[in-house]
Write a protein of this length. Structure first.
Length: 278
């Protein structure tokens, strides 16, 4: 427990030494998923810090995740952008996976916007559609809060009734509708990976009520809720899950689809973040 806190304190201290709160105190944190990193082109950047420079941060090993912390403004809103994430399947602990989001919270962020590339479990979905995450099912077999509770962060047994803030999720859906972007709302199933799901597993997830499946987001959501931070999340549907199409799954398909919608994705994020200033 103390090592987690000490590591977070080291991260925050270093970031503040590079960009002190008097210069910029972020209100919103955005975590960019696979292939979605070009959103940073919409940020008026104050400072860009490679993860390798920040104590406690680990650079991603997966293509499509650059590994930089961008501090700046989006339409005047002070924002911290985590350009890429690490995943549980890379061999890291849940605490390590949650570390960047916890750091963002300790830097002063009140809202965390999580994004990811996900497989669609609804046969009507098409690559390039979006899904606003209303809830999740944690099938990763682990939890970032396992172990001694850090009382300064939150309660031993945090409530997850509204893990994804209903008001923020509603705003996201309204903006997507106004943009005439095809989107869904539903439950995200978080799995450990790195293998894609089998067709039998996909049928199981559908029976559970899942609408999309991926290998991220859930640990960050849990950690942010524990800290009392409002969370919202958006999936880019990059492929239909196994057995729902004739195509075999590959990470190349994931990143290619994400990059194909990156302009639309960036426009949405700019509108969403600017709406938070109201």
């Amino acid at each position: 427990m103390s090592s987690i806190v000490e590591s977070l304190e080291s991260s925050v201290a270093y970031i503040r030494s590079v960009c002190p709160p008097t210069k910029l105190k972020p209100r919103v944190a955005v975590v960019l998923g696979s292939g979605l990193g070009s959103f940073v082109n919409n940020v008026d950047v104050e400072v860009a810090i490679p993860y390798t420079d920040i104590p406690g941060f680990i650079p991603p090993s997966v293509e499509g995740h650059k590994g930089r912390l961008i501090l700046g403004h989006v339409k005047g809103v002070p924002t911290a952008v985590l350009q890429g994430r690490i995943h549980y399947y890379e061999g890291h602990s849940m605490a390590t996976v949650a570390h960047p989001v916890r750091t963002a919270a300790l830097l002063g962020c009140e809202i965390v916007m999580l994004t990811n590339s996900a497989g669609g479990l609804d046969p009507s979905m098409k690559p390039g559609d979006f899904m606003v995450i209303d809830d999740h099912i944690n099938l990763m077999g682990d939890n970032p809060l396992k172990g001694p509770n850090i009382e300064a962060f939150g309660p031993r047994f945090p409530d997850m009734t509204e893990a994804y803030d209903r008001k923020l999720s509603g705003t996201m859906a309204e903006i997507l509708t106004k943009m005439a972007v095809k989107h869904y709302r539903g439950v995200y199933c978080g799995v450990s990976g790195p293998t894609y799901e089998t067709p039998a597993e996909v049928r199981y997830l559908q029976q559970l009520g899942g609408k999309a499946v991926g290998m991220s987001t859930v640990p960050e959501t849990i950690a942010a809720n524990h800290l009392g931070i409002r969370v919202c999340a958006l999936s880019c549907i990059t492929n239909l899950a196994a057995g729902l199409s004739q195509n075999k799954l590959s990470h190349d398909e994931v990143t290619e689809t994400a990059r194909a919608v990156e302009t639309k994705f960036g426009q949405f994020l700019v509108q969403f973040i600017s709406s938070l200033e109201a």
